[in-house]
Ligand binder design. Structure first.
Ligand code: SF4
Ligand code: SF4
Length: 224
């Protein structure tokens, strides 16, 4: 049995390492465009139109345009690469869907126009007991044991041969699953190797977005 807790811990460790590397790389680019004579850092409050202030504006432009465009391009590549992989019909995602929302909450969200909830509630119904869900993917349920409220669902459109009985009309969420490379996937999933291969790049992209958000928030010229 694969220990998913260990896998998640490793991913977190990798993320921390990648985060530090991304931070160094971004800081290096910020320093490269720092005007001569400025000793303080990019979070300092500089007078409007001073060299420091203009530097901050240039840094923000670099982060929000150049680097963000590179992130988007890389993300598009990751999603395009997904097309090289295919669903092999293991049926795990039809048999076990998890949500932090109860059936009632999901219905309410669907009623209020939430598109995901509308699709989700159009196919998935709740498991009667946790034990039933556990049989499908025990390692995953073990992982979620201490995660607060999690509700487990399955799709009754899955037939006895583990085939979708309404394949032509399946909603978008079925067609695009998994659309997040950091989703936890069982090894039986045809997209498992895609997830494994792109994980380092996706972690790097996540770290860069996180760092850019921080700079955006903290650079004083960004508030003008
Ligand atoms: S509608 Fe079909 S593809 Fe979608 S979850 Fe149900 S059985 Fe699976
Ligand atoms: S878990 Fe992956 S391989 Fe299995 S049915 Fe879902 S998408 Fe297809």
């Amino acid at each position: 049995m694969k220990d998913l807790n260990k896998t998640i811990d490793n991913t977190k460790k990798k993320y921390r390492e990648i985060f530090v590397q991304s931070l160094d790389a971004i800081q290096k680019r910020i320093d490269e465009i720092k005007p001569a004579g400025i000793e303080t850092d990019v979070f300092e409050k500089y007078p409007k139109d001073s060299d420091g202030y203009n530097w901050q504006k240039n840094v923000l432009d670099m982060l929000l345009n150049d680097i963000s465009k590179d992130i988007l391009a890389k993300w598009t590549e990751v999603l395009a690469y997904r097309k090289e992989f295919h669903c092999n019909g293991c049926a795990t995602c039809c048999n076990l869907a998890c949500s932090e929302f109860s059936p009632e909450e999901l219905k309410e969200k669907a009623k209020n126009g939430d598109k995901f909830a509308q699709q989700f509630t159009s196919i998935f119904i709740p498991y009667e007991t946790r034990e039933e869900a556990e049989k499908i993917y025990p390692e995953y349920l073990e992982l979620l044991k201490n995660q607060g409220d999690v509700y487990f669902y399955h799709c009754p459109k899955l037939n006895e041969c583990k085939r979708c009985s309404d394949y032509e009309n399946r909603p978008q969420i079925c067609r695009t699953f998994p659309d997040n490379p950091l989703d936890i996937l069982p090894e039986s999933c045809g997209y498992y190797n895609w997830r494994q291969e792109v994980e380092p790049v996706v972690l790097m992209l996540h770290s860069m977005v996180e760092i850019i958000d921080y700079y955006k928030e903290k650079i004083p010229a960004g508030k003008d």
